[in-house]
Design a protein around this ligand. Structure first.
Ligand code: SIN
Length: 325
């Protein structure tokens, strides 16, 4: 096998591999975060999106595993931003990404002011895309409101700040969100959050499967991989080159990780598959990714990052390595 490295970076922050947890997955409590700190194949820790005050979240059932992914309506259960801000100010041996959110723009601004005034020097990520809060739309689908918020944020926030985006489905919308983000000193985008407001039906009981919002919930896992790849690719083609990308969504295998990076992801985070398989998934993904790289004689992720090719008129794709089989 060729000498290879999975070394990755997000801006000036270095990581031993491209692997992150998706915010919300195994990152809410001290014990869960400590598990992430001890998981060697995981290169960085992303905290559960935190609000100003602790939240219990939505009623159970609020996460359901599906054959082709998952549906959740968690409702931002978290211990409050001050717990996570304390946590990330302790050295855990790997970089941290402090994910924050809020039920209003005022709440988001308050939390970000506290982070700005703290001693935290790591990465912060503003979640503009939680789909599970009854009565609260996903902010990043409102381009004017997002612009107003980011204008206000960057008046005072001088630390590296990324944003977590929902999936977009229209080429025009990819252009609109990229043009907007390109006007701000955004450190990275994390794309995608779950595909909001799906509905899973149990025909035996003739009911929905999650409780909040009448059963509408965010979809994740294998079924969202093509949407995630499209968002990584479309944003990479439109964002300033210095804005890094965390690819999130649909990763089950090393081939899926390879596909995210081929579309332009700098790092890749894993959600539903951690719920299905546990933290051991990262060792498997690293081994599978390494095998694909060795087969293709790539020695570093930069050898293929963003190098996705399109098909000429007479060409058809055929491959042993498919990310969507
Ligand atoms: C949730 O807690 O409802 C999920 C968070 C998110 O999707 O942003």
């Amino acid at each position: 096998m060729t000498n290879h490295t999975l070394q990755s970076s997000l801006g000036h922050y270095s990581f031993t591999s491209p692997f992150l947890n998706a915010s919300g997955i195994h990152c809410q409590t001290q014990a869960e975060l400590d598990d992430l700190a001890h998981c060697q194949a995981l290169a960085g820790i992303v905290t559960k999106s935190a609000t100003l005050s602790p939240r219990a979240g939505n009623e159970q059932p609020r996460y359901v595993d599906l054959a082709n992914g998952s549906i959740n309506a968690m409702g931002l259960p978290n211990l409050g931003y001050s717990f996570y801000l304390d946590y990330v100010q302790t050295d855990h041996g790997k970089p941290t990404i402090l994910s924050v959110s809020g039920l209003s723009q005022a709440e988001m601004l308050t939390v970000l002011r506290e982070i700005q005034h703290s001693g935290y020097q790591g990465l912060t990520e503003l979640n503009l895309s939680c789909p599970n809060l009854a009565g609260h739309p996903q902010l990043a689908y409102d381009f004017a409101a997002s612009k107003t918020l980011l204008t206000e944020v960057f008046r005072f926030f001088k630390k590296p700040l990324g944003v977590k985006l929902p999936p977009y489905f229209d080429l025009n919308h990819f252009g609109q969100i990229a043009n907007l983000l390109n006007c701000f000193p955004i450190h990275h985008v994390n794309t995608i959050n779950s595909v909001g407001n799906g509905l899973v039906v149990d025909i035996d009981t003739e009911t929905v499967v999650t409780k909040a919002k009448g059963g509408f919930g965010g979809l994740g896992g294998a079924m969202v991989l093509p949407t995630a790849l499209a968002n990584v690719r479309a944003l990479r083609q439109r964002l300033r080159p210095d804005i890094a990308i965390i690819g999130t969504g649909g990763v089950r295998s090393g081939a899926d990780v390879f596909a995210h990076i081929l579309c332009g992801a700098d790092m890749v985070s894993v959600g539903t598959q951690v719920m299905k398989e546990g933290l051991g998934v990262y060792d498997r993904l690293a081994a599978e990714l390494t095998a694909i790289m060795a087969d293709k004689q790539y020695t570093q992720l930069a050898d293929f990052r963003g190098q996705l090719k399109t098909l000429s008129a007479s060409q058809r794709s055929s491959s042993r390595w498919t990310s969507q089989s």
